[in-house]
Design a protein around this ligand. Structure first.
Ligand SMILES: [Zn+2]
Length: 102
């Protein structure tokens, strides 16, 4: 699980999950207040992990099972939800490099 890059305190699973759900909102360290943003590679990885199973299910599995469109959509949302629950274990957050003027 992700640690704060500054003080090494742990981020919680819930914090990271909420960040992913709110389209990668930066997470703030509870201990030192340093903001961490998801790394570009992790963003890519998250989209990949959600889109690939959704597409495979929607295009290959659902038609094969004869599911209706609303059913297919509901199951895709469920798959995405379940996958997102394990994402906090894999994503990498980093301290945002200061780009704005001091
Ligand atoms: Zn910290």
């Amino acid at each position: 699980m992700q640690k704060c890059e500054v003080c090494k305190s742990n981020f919680s699973w819930k914090e990271l999950l909420l960040s992913i759900w709110s389209s990668y909102k930066p997470v703030e360290c509870k201990n030192c207040g340093k903001k961490h943003t998801i790394s570009f590679a992790s963003k890519f990885f998250v989209s990949f992990l959600i889109i690939v199973p959704a597409v495979i299910f929607g295009l290959l599995i659902a038609p094969d099972m004869g599911l209706t469109k609303p059913m297919t959509f509901g199951i895709i949302v469920m798959i995405a939800f379940i996958i997102s629950l394990i994402l906090p274990f894999f994503v990498k957050y980093e301290v945002k490099p200061k780009t704005e003027k001091a």
